[in-house]
Design a protein around this ligand. Structure first.
Ligand code: SF4
Length: 210
């Protein structure tokens, strides 16, 4: 990604009811990622959720099933949300990029990070989801989501746990992507990092209250 690149602009974004937006995204050709992916994976959750969580892109399992956060990282996130006292059903979950980007290694499909242009083009859909759901808080899970919402003003490693202002007037909580914690499960500080993540997710709670 470009150093110091600004966040994608959300002034222009998809519009209309969520189902119509999801259907329109199935035909999206704004970048090339639709070519190899199985299907678009649009956001899901409470229609007017007070908190909207944003990951990077669908993984292998999500690409097959067509739903966000249903693979290993999603299950890990579910457990951490539960431990933080948060019901996933109260939230809206989506990704910065709606098609799975991968490279083939034999029969396996290996995740590839979306580039700046792909994140920018897919912001059309993310902006539409945010405009429709009207959350009180965005939660950026990992660097790609943070870039999609905040540009390069913040670094996840330095700023995780902070709630910062965004240019679209909705604050954003910066934290890591659950897949990064899954990858580091063998490390001595893995449990400490998991607990830190749970504590960061706990910062959503005041925004979920009436
Ligand atoms: S990744 Fe996003 S912008 Fe690219 S084709 Fe898919 S929906 Fe469209």
């Amino acid at each position: 990604m470009l150093k110091n690149a600004p966040a994608p602009a959300f002034q222009d974004h998809a519009d209309g009811p969520l189902d119509a937006m999801r259907q329109a995204a199935e035909e999206c050709r704004r970048c090339d990622l639709y070519r190899d992916a199985t299907q678009v994976v649009f956001g899901e959750g409470a229609r007017h959720a007070r908190v909207l969580l944003i990951g990077e892109q669908p993984g292998d399992r999500e690409d097959q099933l067509g739903h966000p956060f249903v693979g290993p990282a999603g299950r890990f996130l579910d457990g951490c949300l539960e431990e933080a006292g948060i019901d996933r059903a109260d939230c809206y979950l989506t990704n910065a990029v709606k098609h799975f980007k991968f490279k083939r290694l034999g029969k396996r499909r290996i995740h590839e990070k979306p580039n700046t242009g792909e994140v920018r083009r897919c912001a059309w859909w993310l902006g539409g989801e945010i405009a429709l759901v009207k959350p009180r808080l965005l939660v950026t899970l990992g660097a790609t989501a943070a870039f999609a919402v905040l540009g390069k003003r913040y670094a996840v490693t330095v700023d995780r746990g902070r709630i910062v202002d965004t240019e679209i007037g909705v604050p954003a909580l910066i934290t890591v992507h659950p897949s990064a914690l899954l990858r580091s499960r063998g490390r001595p500080d893995a449990e400490q990092e998991r607990q830190r993540f749970v504590a960061e997710l706990g910062k959503m709670k005041p925004f979920l209250k009436a």
